[in-house]
Design a protein around this ligand. Structure first.
Ligand code: DGL
Length: 259
């Protein structure tokens, strides 16, 4: 069982930022990554549609005999993970915007959250932000258009820069000292975000926390792969493989798959 794959899925290429954190902490694990890029972005879709797509991705991964599934997408986690956990008999790890560490550490009592519409409007996000908003201003910003630009390979484009300036300026005006990245595509924008943000603003994303949680759950279920054999990585997308390959920096070849 321990040699079976960890399945990882996202609406697209962004979850590779989570895959990298998992691979760094758990280099022996065999992994399969699914990018549902043909259906990206998930953010503007309603809860029911996000659940249906998450089920489709999960079922593909379960058919490959995955031992654990990482939902490497804030939008799918906040809208669908409780449903997935009830329906399928395999451990699920999800990702949510890291409001807690930002809220606990802020000195200016103002934090910014950049996430998709689907995440910001979810019940799970609402409940977490209620829990930590006492005495703290939380500036929520929908990152409309960002995921599409990344999916199309336009990370370093003038359009992206324009969107980021636009989305961050209310946060800068509110004097935030933490920016929480609530979408797994956004860590790829860190160099550009640092150019736009004042120097004192810290950026938080949840990649390492997800990797640590994955390790804990594998250990608890006694399915951690301790073999030192060369691990197998499979990366699949139902859109253009080139964009994902460029983000993986040679970690693996990406294959087209019509799932
Ligand atoms: N990477 C997804 C997330 O973390 C992007 C969602 C989308 O496709 O809009 O939310």
């Amino acid at each position: 069982m321990s040699k079976q794959f960890i399945g990882v899925f996202d609406s697209g290429v962004g979850g590779t930022s989570i895959w990298k954190a998992i691979h760094k902490l758990l280099p022996n694990e065999n992994t399969i990554y699914l990018a549902d890029s043909i259906n990206a972005p998930y953010g503007p879709k309603g809860k029911e549609a996000i659940i249906a797509l998450s089920e489709k991705n999960t079922e593909y991964l379960l058919n490959q005999n995955c031992k654990l599934i990482v939902v490497a997408c804030n939008t799918a986690t906040t809208n669908a993970i409780s449903h997935l956990r009830k329906k399928y008999d395999v451990p699920f790890i999800g990702i949510e915007p890291a409001i807690k560490p930002a809220a606990l550490q802020t000195q200016t009592k103002a934090i910014g959250i950049l996430a998709t519409k689907g995440t910001l409007s979810s019940e799970l996000f609402y409940n977490t932000s209620q829990l930590y908003s006492n005495g703290i201003k939380i500036i929520e910003q929908e990152g409309e258009g960002i995921v599409q630009l990344i999916e199309n390979g336009n990370i370093n484009s003038p359009q992206m820069k324009g969107l980021l300036i636009n989305y961050l300026s209310p946060m800068i005006k509110a004097n935030v000292d933490y920016l929480v990245l609530g979408c797994t595509h956004y860590p790829y924008l860190i160099p550009q975000l640092l150019e736009v943000l004042p120097k004192h603003v810290k950026i938080i994303d949840s990649g390492e926390a997800v990797a640590r949680q994955t390790k804990t759950v594998l250990e608890d279920n006694k399915i951690l792969n301790t073999s030192t054999a060369k691990p197998s990585f499979q990366f699949y997308t139902n859109a253009n493989p080139e964009v994902m390959e460029s983000l993986l920096n040679g970690k693996g070849a990406v294959k087209f798959l019509n799932f």
